[in-house]
Write a protein that binds this ligand. Structure first.
Ligand SMILES: [Zn+2]
Length: 264
């Protein structure tokens, strides 16, 4: 019986009909990292929480100009727990979640963007460290025990069937998030990393606890003086945002194409 259910659900998922958005992808939830008592990375007078909000606002405006709906998890210098952010993303019924952060390092030479999506494989040590860093910056560690709610389509299912559906949905979400992360890296118009490893998987709480494709972007290093100076500038922030918009447009095109094929 279970085997039949698994095969049936696999076919449904493979067809794309189960977990792709029922409407064309057009609603983006933007999560500016940190806020309020949580400054995020701080270097001299630069605070991560301020830059992430500036970038999020610019991104929302650019997306609105193109007819997308974009919603921010926070509008001001306000503290939000990780579970608040994940819940808001789901409540806003986002088709995509982008969490925006800035990096820091003991090595002042470290620079460039990195993009993370939900991990599926055992994380390497550096990713685990980074995930702890972003996750630990928040108060209330009990948030980490907060369970992932079943997505609405799976709400009526129970027991084994529910867990099978959730596994399949997770696999599908990780796949679509990897496509999103790849587009973000390819369309990036800001400073690039000097190493190859721009795209990584890590257990960041927010991107791992939503039911939509999601990615966490570390826009650049506040601890690199050249990059910190650029990140403050309107010109550089616009370049970063333009790259993200381009990536989202390409991601939308791919997902809409796949969706229309599944409906044929
Ligand atoms: Zn951060």
């Amino acid at each position: 019986m279970i085997k039949v259910i698994v095969i049936g659900l696999s076919l449904l998922l493979a067809s794309g009909a189960w977990s792709l958005p029922s409407a064309p992808l057009n609603r983006v939830v933007i999560d500016p990292g940190h806020g309020g008592s949580d400054n995020g990375a701080v270097y001299r007078d630069l605070k991560e929480k301020e830059i992430t909000l500036q970038l999020a606002r610019r991104l929302r405006q650019r997306l609105a100009d193109r007819g997308w709906t974009a919603v921010l998890t926070r509008e001001s210098d306000q503290f939000l727990s990780l579970s608040d952010r994940a819940r808001l993303a789901r409540d806003h019924q986002g088709d995509v979640l982008l969490s925006i952060h800035l990096n820091s390092s003991n090595d002042e030479r470290a620079h460039g963007m990195e993009v993370y999506f939900e991990n599926q494989l055992p994380p390497d040590e550096e990713s685990a460290f980074l995930a702890n860093r972003e996750n630990d910056n928040y108060q209330g560690k009990s948030d980490l025990d907060w369970p992932l709610h079943p997505v609405p389509e799976a709400a009526d299912l129970k027991g084994d069937t529910l867990s099978i559906v959730q596994d399949l949905q997770r696999s599908h979400r990780i796949y679509t998030s990897s496509v999103l992360a790849t587009q973000l890296a390819e369309s990036w118009q800001g400073q690039r990393r000097s190493t190859e490893n721009t795209i990584r998987q890590a257990p960041f709480f927010v991107v791992s606890n939503v039911n939509m494709p999601s990615a966490l972007i570390e826009v650049g290093f506040v601890t690199n003086s050249n990059e910190a100076q650029k990140i403050r500038s309107e010109h550089y922030q616009n370049s970063v945002v333009d790259g993200i918009v381009k990536a989202l447009a390409q991601f939308k095109e791919k997902m809409d194409k796949r969706r229309s094929q599944s409906l044929k």
